[in-house]
Design a protein around this ligand. Structure first.
Ligand SMILES: Nc1ncnc2c1ncn2[C@@H]1O[C@H](COP(=O)(O)OP(=O)(O)OP(=O)(O)O)[C@@H](O)[C@H]1O
Ligand SMILES: [Mg+2]
Length: 315
């Protein structure tokens, strides 16, 4: 089949994986267009890695199918694999090899040699900002550098589609930002990027998102569309004197029916109250807190973040 015949990099239909009686991925449907950054979000154990392994042709689906770059990946994995890149969850580098040796090793594994191999090594060094560190061993590199080197090794063969499984976990904020700039550049050059993350701020940077929970997809769309479609309620952000106690007080009021809210969640020193009709309840909420000895501070209506949306929809 001609790959250019479809503008979709991935079309998953009823894709399912059971381990014994346990269904880890349960009839999921989604599409990823070429050249997009597609964010796949979900809590621990929700089925993200299992889905990626099926899309790579490493795990056979129990039912359903996935067309990857226009080809049924379970039936013809060998036809698709040369065009796929993969940065696994605990990303894989050879610690005792140097930067350049790692790139050369992965390049050769993808069948590159001669001038093309050298060209791709130069590209990876430039992209990952690793020029000057060619002779350092991978184990000597700090988190952000290791992460960019791992990305470099995953795309040595210039794949049409790359899977990044929690590439930014445990990496400092500045390196995360730099990493996302790299992803934009790759997508801008036509590569499709499928990325999983726990960081909601990163989710907002994707072109399309799918939320997975207990093996089910509970929402798909652009970050804006997901917020509009799923978030019908209002969010109040409270900055009280004692946030921990404020949460306890508000939850007690909620359980007693004195406060109508779907969710009360702590965000650092701020409390988010999510509910159908909260903007008119600012004064009663302030009174509630004050009566229990907590200074409510400011109570501000805010637009919901993706994390608010997610929390409000998984409970
Ligand atoms: N080979 C396996 N045999 C049995 N159960 C498995 C197997 N692989 C995964 N699971 C289970 O399937 C579920 C989904 O796992 P998966 O690794 O896909 O989740 P995840 O979303 O990637 O989680 P995390 O964010 O922790 O990486 C989990 O409950 C996991 O324990
Ligand atoms: Mg995983």
């Amino acid at each position: 089949m001609d790959n250019s015949a479809t503008d979709h990099a991935i079309v998953a239909t009823g894709l399912t994986k059971a381990f014994g009686n346990f269904v880890a991925v349960d009839h999921i449907d989604f599409e990823v267009r070429r050249g997009q950054i597609f964010g796949f979000l979900g809590p621990n154990g929700s089925g993200k890695t299992t889905t990626i392994r099926m899309l790579l042709g490493l795990l056979h689906p129990s039912s359903g199918m996935a067309m990857v770059l226009g080809i049924d990946i379970a039936r013809h994995p060998e036809r698709v694999r040369p065009q796929l890149g993969y940065m696994s969850q605990r990303f894989s580098l050879y610690n005792d090899l140097t930067v350049i040796e790692n790139l050369r090793f992965f390049g050769r594994a993808y069948g590159l040699h001669g001038p093309l191999l050298r060209e791709r090594i130069d590209f990876a060094l430039q992209m990952a900002d690793l020029a000057g560190r060619e002779r350092q061993r991978a184990k000597q590199l700090a988190g952000g550098w290791r992460q960019r080197l791992a990305l470099g090794t995953a795309i040595m063969h210039n794949p049409a589609l790359v899977f990044l499984d929690e590439p930014t976990a445990g990496v400092d904020p500045l390196s995360r930002r730099k990493f996302w700039e790299l992803l934009y550049r790759l997508a801008g050059a036509g590569m499709t990027v499928f990325v999983t993350t726990h960081y909601m701020d990163e989710a907002e940077h994707c072109n399309q998102l799918a939320f997975i929970h207990n093996g089910h997809i509970i929402a798909t769309g652009t970050p804006t569309a997901i917020k509009e479609k799923m978030m019908h309620g209002q969010v109040l952000e409270v900055a009280p004197s004692d946030p921990g106690r404020a949460v306890t007080i508000l939850r007690t009021a909620q359980s007693q029916g004195r406060l109508v809210a779907d969710e009360i969640a702590l965000y650092g020193l701020l409390v988010h109250i999510i509910g159908p009709d909260l903007y008119g309840q600012r004064e009663p909420i302030a009174v509630l807190l004050r009566d229990s000895g907590v200074d409510p501070g400011t109570i501000t209506p805010i637009s919901p973040s993706l994390e608010d949306v997610f929390i409000a929809n998984v409970r």
